[in-house]
Design a protein around this ligand. Structure first.
Ligand SMILES: [Zn+2]
Ligand SMILES: [Zn+2]
Length: 268
């Protein structure tokens, strides 16, 4: 069923936090929930990752959930997402193989005994699992994939239709090689959503953890020619005050770059 937005795409930031959800009042402006971005096009609803922000996402008749990698902060929203149980919704979860296991096997490990009482397909009768291998199509959209630099591996996604493009690249440590590959992958995109977990001050202790600094991510956005870059996957220790200071410093040099806020919506 087509939506009423014409050719516009609606991008909703349902969760922007990395690693762990947080709740105190010091986190309310940027948000508490882990990563989930909802992309609604004319014909499709696509969720990028299924962190706890998924709880606030409305499924479409056909819904596609693209998981970059199976770390818990990107999966935990599936545990209590009520839309899974709606028999009128056809939901497909996509993820590349990890540690020799495919998408269904990985999700069965987490969502099944002893970690969870029930498998997801027992809640959602129309659920399908797809193991990603390279690029693929969702309706008229092309989804391109790129292997990123993160412990255990991660898949970055570029959703495009010839007129618009969104690139989602989180949990990526931007070594010179990784930055070059990602800059090419994200070339001239309309919106780049990128990992900006680390400040320049704390990066020395956290090299090898699989995340980018704020300035590395902003520089990537500039280098690839993204019309706008939104940084996400903030450290659970970063309060609203911390993030406001970092963002205002960043925007002096990178005016086309901002920090994601839970509840933010962009129209492309
Ligand atoms: Zn993560
Ligand atoms: Zn991760």
């Amino acid at each position: 069923m087509k939506n009423d937005m014409g050719n516009d795409w609606k991008i909703e930031f349902l969760g922007i936090r990395g690693s762990m959800a947080v709740t105190p009042k010091e986190y309310q402006e940027f948000g508490c929930d882990t990563l989930c971005v909802r992309v609604e096009t004319e014909d499709e609803v696509i969720f990028l990752d299924a962190g706890s922000g998924l709880m606030y996402g409305t499924a479409g008749e056909r819904t596609h959930i693209l998981i970059g990698h199976p770390h818990l902060d990107h999966l935990l929203g599936l545990s209590k997402w009520t839309q899974l149980a709606d028999p009128s919704k056809k939901i497909t979860i996509y993820m590349a193989d990890h540690e020799g296991k495919n998408c269904k096997e990985i999700l069965h490990m987490l969502y099944g005994p002893p970690f969870w009482p029930i498998h997801l397909e027992n809640i959602s009768p129309n659920l399908e699992y797809v193991s990603i291998q390279g690029n693929f199509k969702i309706g008229d959209l092309t989804v391109k994939t790129l292997a990123g630099n993160h412990p255990g591996g991660v898949t970055h996604f570029r959703i495009e239709n010839g007129q618009k493009s969104v690139v989602y690249a989180v949990d990526c440590e931007l070594t010179p090689e990784a930055a070059e590959a990602l800059a090419e992958f994200a070339k001239d995109c309309d919106l780049l959503i990128c990992d900006g977990q680390l400040s320049d001050e704390d990066v020395a202790m956290k090299r090898g953890w699989g995340h980018s600094t704020i300035s590395e991510a902003a520089e990537l956005g500039k280098r690839c020619g993204a019309k706008h870059t939104i940084l996400v996957h903030f450290d659970p220790a970063s309060t609203d005050e911390d993030l406001r200071v970092l963002e205002s410093r960043l925007r002096v040099k990178y005016p086309d770059c901002s920090f994601g806020r839970q509840g933010e919506t962009r129209i492309l």
